[in-house]
Write a protein that binds this ligand. Structure first.
Ligand SMILES: Nc1ncnc2c1ncn2[C@@H]1O[C@H](COP(=O)(O)OP(=O)(O)OP(=O)(O)O)[C@@H](O)[C@H]1O
Ligand SMILES: Nc1ncnc2c1ncn2[C@@H]1O[C@H](COP(=O)(O)OP(=O)(O)OP(=O)(O)O)[C@@H](O)[C@H]1O
Length: 641
């Protein structure tokens, strides 16, 4: 066990870097010092230079990249400019943003063994390290698998395992869990945190999903436009919440809730938020929330579950809600645009990934597919796009069976965006990517379509750029724009929001909401699914285990657990408080409405405010906090439960 105290592991002084072919520097005078054993979270808007900064640590920049580089970087005492990549990669373990850029072995075992082999360890020790690293990331049973046969999240786990097998003193990770399911993310980061504490491994982790990662970090660093604009201990970071808001970054729901209510506190979990709000001894209750919205449980009256719009076991293994009952009767719905019957599909005949899927999607629905890594979400999307065919059962799109067709037969009508955007980008500029589809389909209004789709994805200003020279978030938006320009009737998106900041997620999802006819998207982000999907499918081991409105699905803790999902904090808080809310806006509204009911004798002025003003206006005016306090919902110690 290493125990050398007080070393500076990373020291960056006045670092400037300009990529070859660019006139503007990407890094503009970065200064950063990280001590041994610190866990630092680096965040910032997409394209601000986070990945670029990470690549300077192990010498990819400038040794491989070229470009104009000035300033100094010392990692564990080594000046990177005077070192070589071989030496630097043993000083810094780098987990790449795109797992396909990191993985080069054909088998999982070889990939994880590569590092220890290079450290010239003996075979037995290498075997032990591989086994342990795979166990730490939940991939022990995939040891003999081919790396090509892994899902996106599984590949990310292997990339982390490769680094853990080497136990470098500095671990730099570029969005290492962006495609991982929420429970897996938590488990792996707990392991990383333990290693960080016990072995004093220094961690620099880049991420946009602050709401899920903040609690693991000691310190938060924010970049904007190639500069560091905030560097604070985690406990103090939200004292500067306006910086997060101004830069369009995601703020954990409990923090946002408190700030909206005008309470100056930065709780990172539902439990902490309830404590701040004065909800007392809430620990146990949050973990096993009461279902307040089902009055029958209190009265003992039972009704038909379908009537209650609750879970209905269809007998086929799928749990559905009353809302979708028509699907269970075998007849296709009139508006059905996708119809799946007993679908069995996979990549090898003797290993089915999808195991008897039944699904009806109607025109105009926005369907989110969630579930454990490797549960078959991408495989289902590939079937919908006719890129993969059923071994058994049928998939009908627009009423036609996909079996005799290929994906080209849906050109113009179905748009597909892969999990890895790099698989879709092959043109010389962002502009060409967007106009490629309309041009091939001989549309007349190519110019307008191109401009609209680039604008929709906020990349109009990058239209002349080479796609390969963009940040990952920008490349993903380029891939989405290349599909939007066709304006297809069905859009299939495999994790469209990974690696995006809040502003871009909102912009993208609002565009889909307002402009797209039918949308089916895979995501691990339950907050996004709840806000933007009209329907939520939960998958586990090749089956749909729940199907219904997000608001209903989210209440079933057992289903969520089975699919490695967790309730968003705001839902946990609402459950505890006994109100029905799935977003901060709703929760604040409900609480405010409660207070207005109590205060209804107090005249029109307050009524207008609680129903018409936005949350921030309410918070700014200080009304939420004080009125809630007056009404009895909040007292001087917090919210009464
Ligand atoms: N190979 C390259 N050649 C030229 N410019 C590049 C290259 N890679 C990145 N850039 C530019 O540098 C800027 C920063 O990119 P970087 O990938 O570091 O951003 P980021 O903050 O990591 O973004 P994201 O959150 O989307 O991953 C972007 O504007 C991008 O266009
Ligand atoms: N090209 C392939 N060849 C063989 N098996 C594959 C291939 N792609 C995926 N699989 C296997 O199919 C299963 C489902 O993979 P899929 O990509 O559909 O999962 P997913 O739910 O989308 O996962 P993630 O959340 O990690 O993206 C996994 O066990 C994976 O190992």
């Amino acid at each position: 066990m290493r125990k050398k105290e007080g070393r500076t592991m990373i020291e960056i002084k006045d670092l400037w870097y300009t990529y070859p072919g660019r006139t503007e520097p990407t890094l503009k005078g970065v200064n950063l010092k990280i001590e041994e054993g610190e866990f630092v979270l680096l965040t910032g808007p997409t394209g601000c230079g986070k990945s670029t900064l990470l690549k300077t640590l192990n010498g990819i920049i400038p040794h491989e990249s070229g470009g104009v580089f000035s300033g100094s970087i010392r990692v564990n005492g080594i000046e990177t400019r005077n070192s070589n990549q071989m030496e630097l990669s043993s000083a810094v373990g780098l987990v790449f943003q795109n797992p396909d850029d990191q993985i080069f072995s054909t088998s999982v075992e070889d990939e994880v063994a590569f590092g220890p082999e290079n450290l010239c360890l003996d075979r037995e020790e290498i075997d032990k390290k591989v086994e342990e690293a795979l166990r730490m990331v939940g991939m022990a049973e995939h040891r003999l698998d081919s790396t090509n046969a892994l899902s996106g999240g599984q590949k990310q786990r292997i990339c982390i395992a490769s680094m853990l097998a080497m136990m470098p003193e500095i671990l730099a990770m570029d969005e290492p869990v962006s495609q991982m399911d929420p429970l897996g993310t938590r488990e792996i980061l707990n392991t990383v945190r333990e290693l960080n504490r016990e072995l004093k491994i220094t961690i620099l982790l880049v991420e946009h999903r602050l709401h899920e990662l903040m609690s693991f970090a000691d310190r938060v660093v924010i970049m904007d436009g190639g500069k560091i604009v905030l560097d604070q201990p985690t406990s103090k970071a939200f004292d500067y919440i306006e910086v997060f808001h101004r830069l369009g970054l995601r703020v954990p729901e409990p923090v946002e809730l408190c700030h909206t209510l005008g309470i100056k506190a930065s709780p990172l979990s539902a439990e902490e938020a309830l404590a701040v709000l004065g909800a007392g001894n809430c620990k146990e209750k949050v973990k096993t929330p009461r279902n307040f919205s089902n009055p029958e449980e209190e009265t003992g009256r039972r009704t038909d579950p379908a009537e209650r719009n609750e879970f209905v076991n269809t007998g086929s293994g799928n749990i559905k809600y009353g809302d979708n009952r028509s699907e269970n009767k075998g007849s296709e719905n009139r508006d059905s645009i996708i119809s799946i019957r007993d679908l069995w599909s996979g990549y090898e005949k003797n290993r089915m990934v999808l195991k008897g899927i039944n699904l009806e999607i109607r025109k105009g629905e926005r369907v989110a597919i969630m579930g454990t890594n490797g549960s078959g979400k991408s495989t289902l999307l590939l079937n919908l796009a006719a890129m993969l065919k059923p071994y058994k059962g049928s998939v009908k799109v627009f009423g036609g069976d996909i079996q005799p067709r290929n994906s080209y037969s849906f050109a113009g009508r179905v748009g597909f965006v892969f999990q890895n955007p790099d698989l879709m980008l092959f043109c010389d500029s962002v502009d060409e990517e967007a106009r490629f589809g309309p041009f091939q389909l001989k549309y007349k209004d190519i110019e307008e379509r191109t401009k609209t789709s680039l604008e929709a994805m906020s990349i109009l200003d990058l239209r002349q750029d080479l796609p390969q020279s963009l940040s990952r978030g920008q490349r993903l938006r380029t891939a989405v724009a290349s599909v939007l320009s066709i304006d297809p009737e069905i859009i299939l998106l495999d994790e469209p929001t990974t690696g995006q900041d809040r502003v871009n997620i909102e912009h993208m999802m609002n565009y889909f909401k307002d402009n797209c006819s039918t949308l089916v998207f895979c995501t691990h982000d339950i907050e996004i699914a709840m806000l933007y999907a009209t329907r939520l499918l939960v998958m586990d081991d090749g089956r749909i285990i729940a199907d219904g409105k997000g608001r209903e699905v989210i209440k079933n803790i057992e289903i969520l657990k089975q699919a490695s999902l967790t309730q968003p904090p705001v839902v946990e808080i609402a459950n505890y408080l006994g109100v029905d809310a799935i977003s901060i806006t709703e929760l604040v509204e409900v609480l405010t409405r409660r207070s207005s009911e109590v205060k209804k004798d107090d005249g029109e002025n307050y009524e207008r405010m609680s129903s018409e003003l936005t949350n921030s206006e309410l918070a700014d005016s200080g009304v939420v906090n004080s009125e809630l306090a007056d009404s009895g919902v909040v007292n001087s110690e917090g919210i009464k439960c």
